[in-house]
Ligand binder design. Structure first.
Ligand SMILES: NC(=O)c1ccc[n+]([C@@H]2O[C@H](COP(=O)([O-])OP(=O)(O)OC[C@H]3O[C@@H](n4cnc5c(N)ncnc54)[C@H](OP(=O)(O)O)[C@@H]3O)[C@@H](O)[C@H]2O)c1
Length: 422
């Protein structure tokens, strides 16, 4: 099948969910129908119709938005959707529960794909099951195109590309600092945490994916020098501040290591990366680091206990479908600093990138990151040597994504760190 046979540039699958709705609003506000042939998809025709009513009411450009209906548990409906799209962009989660049949359908149809998953156990499953077939089919399956893991993965690519151009060398280490921001969490995201911990309880492969820092690397390359996530508060010499473990490090670090591997190790096999939360200086910074580390440890311990996990899921967490309002999604912010250090023939260097946006990282900003990832794939606006495979944002799309995000108000800057500053 040629691309011209496909009716839609992008099918947004899961458009009636919390994240999906924000992506649909973003894409119909940013692009006109003549620029982007978009369809919204889901399992409920009624919910899709009311979404389309809302989208067309908000927009001068869109009189209608085509709808595709199917169910994640009906593989034939997914095959039909995949055959008719250049790109399927999906927010149907938990991906551990619903994701694999859609990836399989996209690989079969040679259709590009992007999603929002942060479930490393499931990414490992798709790597093992679909990578080779996706390479053969030239289907780009790009996972983790939201707050997990675009800022960390593309931020790392920014510092590495700058180091290559400026110093003709790579950064041996990259450290990612979550420096500030505010945001919210939806029922669907919490359901995905539950799915990940359920998988870890039942499946040794899922436990290995969570435990091994190189679990998302290609088979045969799943070991290396990087010890993995920081587990305790630590005073950081580069930032002259206290740092705590990052809740997203277990995803983002593995995604970055996979980017390095898929690109053929341009940053060497000894490359190390880490992601932490910066909590400030002095005793207050130390206390905050202790609180963040303790809170995260407590959450993980509680989620590891089956009955506690199901009680939290049933009585405490919001239901799937519940999440921030549009005003809340537009109100938050995030700021990430990426510091890379390397050695050139005439001495060591430090490169620094900033990545951020004035929107809720998981929703308002994620809608832009995922929406623009889909547009990059649909227009083949990518800078990547890879035509297919189970990919990452940096390896499958690359710097054109940073460029597009800058155009919609993101900070994505990079330069040499001030002398003596680091
Ligand atoms: N990486 C990030 O930064 C980030 C940020 C936000 C969200 N996420 C992830 O994105 C995913 C979605 O989150 P959310 O808050 O939007 O969840 P949500 O509101 O529960 O939405 C889930 C979507 O999946 C659809 N769905 C459920 N079962 C289905 C089935 N059998 N067939 C077809 N569609 C089905 C739902 O359809 P109905 O509307 O018909 O129920 C809904 O559209 C989660 O995995 C979450 O972790 C990641």
């Amino acid at each position: 099948m040629t691309d011209t046979d496909r009716t839609h540039d992008v099918v947004l699958w899961g458009a009636t969910g919390v994240a999906g709705r924000f992506v649909a609003e973003y894409l119909t506000e940013r692009y006109a129908p003549e620029d982007l042939s978009l369809a919204v998809g889901g399992r409920s025709p009624d919910r899709l119709d009311s979404l389309v009513d809302e989208l067309t009411r908000r927009s001068d450009a869109w009189d209608d938005v085509p709808v595709v209906v199917g169910d994640a548990t009906d593989p034939e409906s997914l095959r039909a959707i995949a055959r008719d799209a250049r790109v399927v962009c999906t927010t149907v989660g938990p991906y551990t529960t619903y994701g694999s049949p859609l990836v399989e359908a996209c690989v079969e149809a040679g259709t590009d794909y992007c999603d929002l998953t942060g479930e490393v156990n499931w990414v490992r499953e798709t790597v093992d099951r679909f990578h080779e077939a996706a390479v053969d089919a030239e289907a780009r399956i790009v996972h983790s195109c939201g707050f997990d893991s675009v800022p960390a993965d593309i931020g790392t690519l920014l510092v590495q590309s700058f180091a290559a151009e400026t110093f003709d060398a790579h950064c041996e280490t990259v450290r990612i600092y979550l420096e500030g921001g505010s945001g919210s969490v939806s029922g669907g995201t919490l359901a995905s945490f539950v799915a990940l911990f359920d998988a870890a309880a039942d499946d040794p492969l899922a436990r290995e994916a969570i435990r091994n820092p190189y679990s998302l690397a290609p088979a045969g390359e799943r070991s290396g020098v990087d010890p993995g996530e920081q587990r305790f508060p630590r005073r950081d010499a580069l930032r002259s501040a206290w740092t705590a473990p990052s809740p997203m490090a277990s995803v983002n670090e593995r995604v970055i290591r996979r980017s390095n591997a898929l690109l053929g190790y341009p940053w060497s096999r000894e490359f190390r990366c880490s992601e932490v939360v910066t909590t400030g200086t002095g005793p207050r910074g130390a206390a905050a680091a202790g609180l963040v580390a303790g809170g995260l440890g407590l959450f993980k311990t509680a989620m590891s206990v089956g009955p506690v996990r199901s009680a939290l899921s049933r009585y405490v967490f919001p239901e799937p479908g519940e999440g921030p309002t549009r005003a809340e999604a537009e109100a938050g912010s995030f700021e990430i600093r990426v510091i890379g250090r390397g050695t050139a023939p005439d001495g060591s260097f430090t490169v620094e990138a900033e990545f951020g946006a004035d929107r809720d990282p998981g929703y308002g900003a994620t809608a832009r990151m995922l929406g623009e990832s889909a547009v990059c794939l649909a227009r083949d606006d990518v800078d990547s040597p890879l035509d297919g495979g189970v990919l990452t944002p940096a390896s499958g799309i690359g710097l054109p994504l940073a460029e597009r995000l800058r155009e919609v108000g993101f900070t994505a800057s990079v330069g040499e760190a001030a002398e003596g500053g680091r």
